[in-house]
Design a binder for this molecule. Structure first.
Ligand SMILES: [Fe+2]
Length: 253
């Protein structure tokens, strides 16, 4: 149940500390580790350019042409969406794909509760036009110091961290200062760029940063995103899902 004070804070800052205990990440972590341990040649058969479907697929540290991370980001990611044929995903992720059915149900309930409070009309939009994708992120240990993930808003309507957060996540406050979330064991939700386009609630700008030696770090973020080929009714215009994705990506040109 979202409190009025939490709703007010979300509208102002873009983040909701739900107070709900984080879910069990063990299957996600073991599936992702199994994939990461495979040889690079195998992993690159699942590059975004090979799967050729939106953001789905593997991106590696230093990759120039990833759609979801920059060449300066010190991270390996794998994106899995509702819209891609599960049997074509790496078999290392099949246990995760099974486990996440129930997790996505729980996430969707939370999102609907939040959206109902922001604007009840968003409820049917969410039911009819929205699906989910998971970004699994692995930051290898290094001594490179500083930024691990450059600042950005997410492509999502809402981003949910069902397993809590490890340390080093930072977000921008409305007046421009940066705040750090310590390691937390509660479910966290924050605003994405689609929510900003639809409601004017600003998308949370965020980054991952730590000075000094950096330990390995895993994170799992669920994004609610438009289903393919939808007509989205934004605040000022109607655009397709595909135009929306292009517009989001142009933020980084
Ligand atoms: Fe992000």
């Amino acid at each position: 149940m979202i409190l009025q004070s939490q709703l007010d804070y979300f509208k102002e800052v873009g983040i909701w500390y739900t107070g709900i205990p984080s879910l069990d990440a063990s299957i996600h972590t073991s599936s992702f580790k199994r994939f990461l341990s495979r040889e690079e040649e195998y992993k690159r058969t699942f590059l975004q350019s090979k799967l050729n479907y939106a953001f789905d697929g593997y991106s590696f540290f230093g990759q120039e042409d990833s759609l979801n991370q920059g060449a300066d980001d010190k991270v390996f990611t794998y994106v899995l969406s509702d819209f891609f044929e599960p049997s074509k995903q790496p078999q290392e992720f099949w246990p995760l794909l099974k486990a996440q059915v129930d997790i996505i149900d729980q996430i969707a309930e939370l999102e609907k509760e939040l959206l109902d409070k922001i604007n009840p009309q968003l409820h049917s939009f969410f039911e009819n036009q929205i699906g989910h994708m998971l970004s699994a992120n692995y930051y290898p240990p290094n001594n490179l110091n500083g930024l691990r993930l450059t600042s950005h808003p997410d492509v999502s309507l809402i981003t949910v961290f069902p397993f809590g957060m490890d340390e080093q996540f930072q977000f921008e406050m409305p007046e421009g200062s940066w705040q750090t979330i310590g390691k937390t064991d509660e479910v966290i939700c924050f605003s994405g760029y689609l929510l900003e386009c639809m409601t004017g609630i600003k998308a949370l700008n965020h980054k991952v940063e730590k000075d000094g030696d950096q330990d390995e770090r895993f994170s799992f973020a669920y994004f609610s995103i438009p289903r393919p080929n939808q007509k989205l009714d934004l605040e000022k215009e109607k655009i397709t899902s595909e135009v929306y994705f292009t517009r989001y990506l142009s933020l980084f040109d």
